[in-house]
Design a protein around this ligand. Structure first.
Ligand SMILES: Nc1ncnc2c1ncn2[C@@H]1O[C@H](COP(=O)(O)OP(=O)(O)OP(=O)(O)O)[C@@H](O)[C@H]1O
Ligand SMILES: [Mg+2]
Length: 304
């Protein structure tokens, strides 16, 4: 796949204070990339740089082969952007906001606007001034605004902030659909790791102003997860099992084992069943994005 975002050696200072000191990464067309990092690490700054809202102190950025600083308007034509304020007009109604931004993007499609208002459950609230909207309603309207013109690239800064569980599902499903149907490239930041884990195809880990790690989840797992912690609901008697399978915790019928390789898991399960014990549930505990996040940050900070 061809790269659609190329970032090389980016530095950014605010009032002589360095925030980003050497950021390089590439995003391929059709990827859903999660940019992860602690508060203040520079995620929003990167999104603003990519859109040409602010200018880098040094380094090179290309978005769809355009330089965000001199050709930001070209980038914004093919991008959808959701940031904190969402740039909505509070004195205007929800639907008028969408009509206004639609015109700006060259989309005069009332049917599409009404469909999106339905999809995001805002149809009944479309005539209300946005200033009277709840946090979640503003967020949903901001997302509609971002996807209204069917962008090639979508930048989402904390897209699920302030949303209720239904709202979160709506947004995640939409991200999936846009990506599958239209091949939309999506670049998002979020702290809700278990949510973005279900949509992202690639991850970038930002820390202390630089990208400390990147890759797909399975690449990162191979690199960082050395042991597998597995919790099994079973009536197995630990003493009757091969001591190779180290037990680290037993809580009623839940036993947590530490395994040295993935291949040990089917062998352990087979042994339990062969000895006529039952198994009701098996859960690998340390292979989620959150475990990887702490592992990567922990390892890299030790390196410093
Ligand atoms: N316009 C600005 N002027 C001065 N400093 C700024 C400006 N914008 C951002 N910063 C500083 O840059 C750093 C990175 O901010 P940024 O908003 O990019 O972090 P973030 O990773 O998005 O954090 P969060 O997870 O809290 O959203 C912070 O120290 C912030 O104070
Ligand atoms: Mg931010």
């Amino acid at each position: 796949m061809a790269p659609i975002i190329q970032v090389e050696g980016i530095q950014k200072q605010f009032d002589a204070r360095p925030v980003l000191h050497d950021v390089s990464f590439t995003v391929n067309k059709g990827d859903i990339v999660g940019l992860l990092g602690p508060n203040g690490s520079g995620k929003t700054t990167i999104i603003r740089l990519l859109n040409g809202v602010i200018e880098a102190t040094a380094g090179k950025i290309l978005v769809n082969n355009w330089d965000p600083h001199s050709q930001g308007h070209e980038i914004r034509k093919i991008s959808g952007i959701l940031t904190d304020g969402a740039g909505l007009y509070h004195e205007m109604s929800g639907v008028d906001n969408l009509r206004f931004f639609g015109k700006l993007y060259g989309v005069n499609d009332e049917t599409r606007i009404q469909q999106l208002l339905e999809d995001f459950q805002l149809a009944d609230h479309q005539q209300k001034k946005v200033g009277t909207y709840s946090t979640g309603m503003k967020r949903r309207l901001g997302i509609i605004k971002a996807i209204l013109h069917n962008p090639t690239i979508l930048f989402l800064d904390e897209p699920t902030n302030g949303l209720d569980p239904e709202g979160i599902q709506m947004v995640l499903q939409n991200i999936h659909t846009l990506n599958k149907q239209y091949g939309t490239t999506i670049f998002l930041c979020s702290h809700i790791l278990h949510l973005i884990e279900s949509v992202c195809t690639q991850y970038l880990f930002l820390d202390h102003g630089t990208i400390i790690e990147s890759g797909t989840k399975s690449e990162l797992e191979t690199k960082y997860i050395k042991e597998i912690s597995v919790k099994i609901e079973t009536n197995a008697v630990v003493n009757e099992l091969n001591p190779l399978y180290k037990v680290v915790k037993q809580d009623g019928s839940y036993i947590t084992f530490i395994l040295q390789t993935k291949e040990q898991l089917p062998r352990l399960l087979e042994e339990i069943l062969k000895k006529q014990f039952w198994i009701h549930h098996v859960e690998i505990q340390n292979r989620d994005l959150e475990s990887l996040y702490f592992q990567i940050r922990g390892v890299k900070n030790e390196d410093r």
